[in-house]
Unconditional design. Structure first.
Length: 479
């Protein structure tokens, strides 16, 4: 599925431009501004009340018999208010009487539930010849993938998709023609059947998990070499993986990719000032998204502190428990608000029928989105990945590193892409040294860098090109 970033940011439009109502869709980088509600008004900023203990409390003496008394461990006696939310909510929430959802499921339960759901018929359910696999991802998260053997011993290829619904290559996989080499498709954390593990920087975790998938594919690939095919947000994960090249596992994966083709479908990048290419609205979006995630991190850090304090000081435990209940409620409300419009926009984009050969997949994607949009883990994964995109600093040195690794980059941009405009695609072309004109060239154009190893192909279609035009994609990916 495609990457949709800006609708997340639009849920937190600062009051300075809160008057934008039902804005038309713009061709901004990796997103759109469809149907944006006004979030200004008199609603107060959301904060948690300060809670104080009735007594001045200290821990028991830490002194040992016959020795001088050790300094007393002074514990805080009041729970401070959380930092104010960077922007007001559209409606007041019943904070004082808030009751959080039932406790979150354990990671093991979430993974088991997600796998059962997956086996029950998601769009990406394995077909004939595919097997399900799992490995321990970054931070201990169970990461699922599916794999199948090739028909003629060709080079293996790893696939990964976009931000919201990651199964970008299902129409390609459904073709009757078997691939020459083995194939492995990766579900990143937060995309069923891979569960969400609380992760401050999912793009870092995604990069390390992608590296692990490459190493798995390399085991049975000729010469230990692997190709990559990535769509939308997956292309940013690759860029982050290059930046983490000093880590042993990532270095090994990059070695497996050296001399191979890396396909970046509907890609852009980010570095300081690059969002200006998409206009001032997009620039403000990046600031809003990062501010909200920073607020979440500050609240989470405070919650961790007071959970620890409650374990040490039973007198404060009741007040801390009430405070944590309020925080969890507020946290869930904010994250749900951030993802609501993005999910709605994706469902709207999927209303148009596809070719009869793959239209059943479109209908399955609709059901997947409707199910996923209710999952707090999916919601948080989308918000945090959006923030990570706006924090990426892809430098000329990073681009040079790809050259040093002797990779062949094959970029694909659709002339009718409404989620990723030409200016945003050109940001990456320029950084990679690919000579690109100021205005978008017609489909069929092929642009290259001086070495000829980095190429950008302009195709006819939109951001859903990999899903709608699988036969054309197959020709591009053909060895």
């Amino acid at each position: 599925m495609n990457t949709i970033l800006l609708t997340v940011a639009m849920a937190f439009v600062p009051p300075t431009f809160a008057g934008v109502v039902a804005a038309p869709r713009l061709t901004g980088s990796l997103g759109s501004f469809a149907g944006v509600p006004t979030l200004g008004g008199a609603a107060p900023a959301l904060t948690a009340p300060a809670l104080s203990a009735p007594l001045s409390l200290t821990a028991p003496s830490l002194s040992a018999p016959a020795k001088a008394e050790a300094p007393r461990l002074m514990l805080p006696t009041a729970v401070p208010a959380l930092p104010a939310l960077p922007v007001p909510l559209p409606l007041p929430l019943p904070v004082a009487a808030a009751k959080s959802e039932k406790p979150s499921k354990s990671l093991e339960d979430s993974a088991a539930e997600a796998k059962a759901l997956f086996d029950g018929g998601r769009a990406g359910a394995p077909g004939e010849g595919w097997t399900l696999g799992e490995f321990e991802g970054d931070g201990g998260a169970p990461i699922h993938y599916k794999a199948r053997e090739g028909s003629s011993g060709g080079r293996a290829r790893v696939y990964a998709g976009g931000l919201a619904l990651t199964e970008s290559f299902e129409p390609l996989f459904a073709r009757a023609e078997k691939p020459a080499g083995a194939e492995l498709f990766l579900w990143t954390r937060g995309h069923a059947p891979s569960a969400w593990l609380p992760t401050k920087s999912p793009i870092d975790a995604d990069a390390r998990d992608l590296a692990r998938a490459v190493l798995i594919a390399a085991k049975d690939s000729p010469g230990g070499k692997v190709e990559l095919a990535l769509h939308s947000f997956g292309t940013l994960v690759f860029q982050r993986m290059v930046q983490l090249h000093a880590e042993p596992a990532v270095a090994a994966a990059l070695k497996a990719l050296s001399g191979s083709r890396v396909f970046l479908l509907h890609a852009t990048t980010h570095f300081e000032g690059s969002e200006k290419k998409a206009g001032p609205d997009f620039e403000r979006m990046s600031q809003a998204t990062r501010a909200v995630v920073d607020w979440l991190n500050a609240g989470d850090a405070t919650a961790e502190l007071w959970e620890a304090t409650g374990r040490m000081n039973p007198f404060l435990a009741p007040a801390i428990a009430a405070w944590l209940e309020t925080w969890r409620f507020q946290r869930g409300q904010i994250i749900a608000l951030a993802s609501k419009d993005a999910a709605g926009m994706m469902l709207a984009d999927l209303k148009e029928p596809w070719d009869k050969a793959v239209d059943h997949l479109r209908k399955a994607f609709i059901k997947d989105i409707q199910r996923d949009a209710k999952d707090p883990g999916w919601q948080e994964a989308m918000l945090r990945r959006s923030s990570d995109m706006f924090r990426l600093e892809f430098s000329p040195e990073d681009a040079a590193k790809i050259h040093d690794l002797d990779m062949r980059l094959e970029l694909v941009h659709a002339d009718g892409d409404k989620l990723l405009n030409w200016e945003s695609a050109k940001v990456l072309f320029d950084r990679l040294g690919i000579a690109a004109p100021e205005k978008a060239p017609p489909s069929g154009t092929v642009l290259t860098d001086k070495t000829g190893r980095f190429r950008a192909r302009i195709v006819s279609g939109d951001h859903y090109f990999p899903l709608k035009k699988r036969d054309e994609l197959a020709k591009i990916l053909k060895p």
